[in-house]
Design a protein around this ligand. Structure first.
Ligand code: FES
Length: 138
């Protein structure tokens, strides 16, 4: 994962393994909005199970949707994370205990009301992401 700044906000760009991508559907039952139905939280081109243009790369605003703190990475899976045996890896906001998965989707029964925000973005080239400009329809 790398963090870049956009409009004073941290933007996380996370490269996900095929194993992580395969696990995203399996944990849907634990999530408040697994299918990204809240339209304000991502552009239409990121309204999919991986919440991204290219499945491998997640691009999200790294601010908790509760009160705007910066969550911590908790990439370790299971008990090693300190978040329980069933923790699939993701982000943890210690302020009030909100949890997000590796697609920025919020868990059920936490203070944060919605998934992390996917900002407008597109691939200017295959290896260059431009933040703040929507993907153009083809
Ligand atoms: S600011 Fe993240 S849980 Fe409250």
């Amino acid at each position: 994962m790398v963090t870049v700044a956009w409009r004073g906000k941290p933007i996380w760009i996370l490269r996900r393994t095929p194993e992580v991508l395969n696990s995203l559907k399996a944990i849907s039952v634990l999530l408040a909005d697994p299918d990204s139905k809240v339209e304000s939280q991502q552009p239409p081109y990121a309204s999919n199970v991986h919440r991204s243009i290219k499945p491998e790369f997640l691009v999200v605003v790294g601010l908790c949707t509760h009160l705007g703190c910066v969550p911590l990475t908790r990439f370790a899976v299971g008990a090693l994370s300190g978040l329980g045996d069933d923790w699939p890896g993701g982000y943890f906001c210690p302020c009030h205990g909100s949890k997000f998965d590796l697609a920025g989707r919020v868990f059920k029964n936490v203070p944060a009301p919605t998934n992390l925000v996917v900002p407008p973005h597109h691939y200017a080239w295959d290896t260059v992401i431009e933040i703040g400009v929507h993907e153009q329809p083809t």
